[in-house]
Design a protein around this ligand. Structure first.
Ligand code: HEM
Length: 209
């Protein structure tokens, strides 16, 4: 579960980097060329299968661990938990399920439409025709309801990630009392970068495009 989670964090960083090009290049050319590359490169197609496999493994083990933990302690403690756990770490399964709902909505919005529904807007770049995936994103986020829904879900993703990285390192055995505070801080910084980066996209598109 941890390895799948670390792999998903890597995907998120790449996904964020590509999506941010939309904000810096309003012609959407860089974004559309990158989206085209991602959709057609054979190596990326293999990666896509691994990605969806990673998502399924992560979800399966997350739910299994949740129920195993509950079965191991059917009654809750009377005394509240005063450990060093962060607030968000107690709600990993809850934020995880909400992120799954987000992912379904998100894939329907873009990926599913491009792959299976069709009718994508098109754009010509250097005489070649490409799908205008960037326009789809911009149109989506010009709608205040969609932009707000994305911001809400992305905040929850941030809470999930706040605990994720350091927890994954601990699970795969990279654990030392001396370094734990460093991993915790790094996990938080990573969560903030990913969350703020993704949230910037609907917000900037809504207000400035
Ligand atoms: C504002 C934020 C985001 C934007 C604008 C965005 C945009 C997009 C677009 C345009 C696609 C379709 C790309 C293509 O098929 O070529 C896509 C695919 C995808 N997105 Fe996002 N995304 C965002 C956030 C997220 C987040 C937070 C997650 C994960 C929790 C995520 C997971 C995915 C996945 C799994 C795919 C399918 C990847 C593939 O198979 O190529 N996205 N996204």
């Amino acid at each position: 579960m941890s390895l799948a989670g670390l792999f998903l964090i890597t995907f998120l960083l790449v996904h964020l980097g590509l999506n941010l090009t939309l904000l810096f290049d309003k012609s959407r050319e860089v974004f559309n060329l990158a989206a085209h590359f991602m959709a057609t490169n054979p190596l990326i197609k293999v990666f896509e299968v691994v990605l969806f496999g990673g998502i399924l493994i992560h979800i399966f083990w997350g739910i299994t661990l949740f129920f195993q933990n509950r079965a191991a302690r059917p009654q809750q403690y009377y005394v509240g938990n005063n450990s060093q756990q962060s607030v968000f770490s107690k709600y990993m399964i809850h934020t995880g399920v909400i992120i799954l709902a987000f992912l379904v909505l998100h894939l329907m919005d873009f990926w599913f439409k491009a792959k299976f529904i069709g009718g994508m807007p098109e754009v010509s770049i250097d005489g070649k025709t490409y799908e205008d995936m960037g326009l789809l994103v911009v149109e989506k986020f010009k709608n205040p309801i969609f932009a707000s829904i994305y911001v809400g879900f992305l905040l929850l993703l941030g809470f999930h990630l706040d605990h994720a990285f350091q927890s994954a390192l601990q699970s795969i055995g990279i654990n030392h009392s001396k370094y734990t505070p460093f991993f915790k801080a790094f996990s938080r910084i990573l969560a903030i970068i990913i969350t703020v980066g993704f949230i910037a996209i609907p917000v900037v598109v809504y207000f400035t495009f």
